[in-house]
Design a protein around this ligand. Structure first.
Ligand code: XMP
Length: 424
């Protein structure tokens, strides 16, 4: 704004980074109700040296003379700090002030009205044409599917690929909700053997992802062909996906091969993305509005390649069984301890490590299970969760007692970075 309207942007000698005391002019609409000094996150090297004509200074820090500027008459405001992050205390109030006081928004966009309007729009658009949806059991595709089914009923078919790499009982739970509760046309394809066959002998994580992503699309295409003519394909794209693909900047640390990539050999007229304008918390609210059970709506993120990337080394059916049981115990105890709402992602990993143990009078030589639990908001960084020792103790003792071929449990105390959340 400064550049365009004739002010001057300059390069500072020193980068300003971190939560910084920002002195503000609280008579200006966006800072209404604020104290004179507030902690906001600054992260910049360039700064506004001279504000454009017609603007006044409304904020500064000890090293940034123009941390905020305004032309109140024209309703133009610029701020240098980041109001959207948690480190900016009351940062969202700045955004609220801007929207309600400056832009005069009324805030009447509710999830209820979103659901009603979306269903009506989908009805008008689709009529009695045929819609196909790949259901993963994740929040986004589930909400998209239910929304579509409310609009077009039996003209929607969902294909749910159970590749055998889901968590314990997960396939049955998904089927139960969609078939029984919503009476959706659901085709569940049990293709565990096919996936395990393709993964035989594969140990490289990226290779695993690639195989699973590709095989997923092949099976989906085969099943779609059986259904016949399809007019629309549903995708559970949400707003952060739109931003991410639009900017395309983030470094590829792991190829996030989201199951549900586009099939090459299915003919359809158009892709429908009913959740394209929603953030994750809004998708969850939409799900609740539609009556989807809470445990599904608040399901923790689960990677498309599933348990395949939580078994280090080669994947076998017996290793999968071990991991599913251990993981189920961990999740059960986290829920019993009422920690599930505070920990954003938690799971068990089957390490490829065997070690010596003793059970009764016998020496054992069995697997080590690692437990991973992270607290994060964006999943780009995260802290390992300080689960109380008593809970860890119970999980460990239950796993070694109840799961055959496990004689040791360890807890991962690495944050991200340097580690990633998943082990592969
Ligand atoms: P990392 O391990 O990269 O994980 O710290 C960050 C988040 O991404 C999820 N993740 C994946 N999701 N396909 C997915 O759909 C993948 O291949 C994949 N790898 C990691 C991970 O579970 C965490 O939520």
């Amino acid at each position: 704004m400064t550049q365009t309207l004739g002010g001057k942007v300059a390069h500072a000698n020193k980068r300003e980074y971190g939560t910084t005391d920002v002195e503000i002019d609280n008579t200006t609409p966006i800072f209404q109700g604020f104290e004179n000094t507030n902690g906001f996150l600054m992260s910049h090297t360039d700064f506004v040296e001279t504000v454009p004509e017609g603007f006044k200074n409304i904020a500064k820090t000890s090293s940034c003379p123009n941390a905020g500027m305004a032309n109140e008459e024209k309703g133009l405001y610029g701020i240098q700090f980041h109001p959207e992050v948690n480190d900016s205390v009351n940062g969202t109030q700045v955004i609220k002030n801007f929207l309600y006081s400056v832009c005069k928004c009324s805030g009447n966009w509710t999830m209820h009205s979103f659901v009603e309007t979306s269903i009506q729009n989908l009805k008008n658009k689709i009529g009695d044409k045929k819609v196909l949806c790949a259901l993963s059991g994740g929040v986004d595709s589930s909400v998209a599917a239910v929304l579509l089914s409310k609009a077009v009923g039996k003209n929607l078919t969902c294909i749910f690929l159970d590749h055998g790499l889901l968590r314990k009982n997960e396939g049955d739970e998904v089927e139960k909700v969609f078939k029984n509760q919503y009476d959706i046309n659901l085709v569940r394809v049990n293709c565990e053997d096919r996936f395990l066959g393709k993964l035989e002998g594969v140990t490289d994580p990226e290779q695993k992802r690639k195989i699973i992503g590709e095989e997923f699309i092949r099976v989906f295409e085969e099943e779609a062909k059986k259904i016949g003519k399809i007019d629309y394909l549903v995708q559970g794209t949400i707003y952060p996906d739109v931003i991410e693909s639009g900017l395309g900047k983030s470094a590829v640390i792991k190829s996030h091969h989201n199951v549900g990539g586009l099939p090459d050999h299915v003919d359809f007229e158009e892709i429908i993305e009913p959740l394209r304008s929603l953030f994750k918390d809004e998708v969850r609210k939409t799900g609740l509005e539609l009556g989807i059970p809470e445990n599904l709506v608040y399901r923790q993120p689960f990677p498309g390649p599933g348990l395949a990337i939580r078994i280090i080394g080669e994947i076998t059916k017996s290793k999968l069984e071990i991991l599913k049981e251990a993981d189920a115990i961990f999740r059960e105890e986290i829920a019993n301890a009422n920690l599930h709402k505070n920990i954003n992602q938690y799971f068990a990993v089957l390490t490829n490590l065997k070690s010596v143990g003793v059970m009764g009078d016998e020496r054992t030589y069995d697997y080590t299970i690692a437990l991973r639990a992270v607290e994060t908001t964006d999943f780009m960084t995260g802290k390992w969760s300080k689960i109380p020792y008593e809970v860890l103790e119970k999980v460990s003792s239950r796993i070694v007692n109840e799961v055959a071929h496990v004689n040791r449990v360890v807890y991962d105390i690495t944050s991200k970075p340097p580690a990633t959340i998943e082990w592969e």
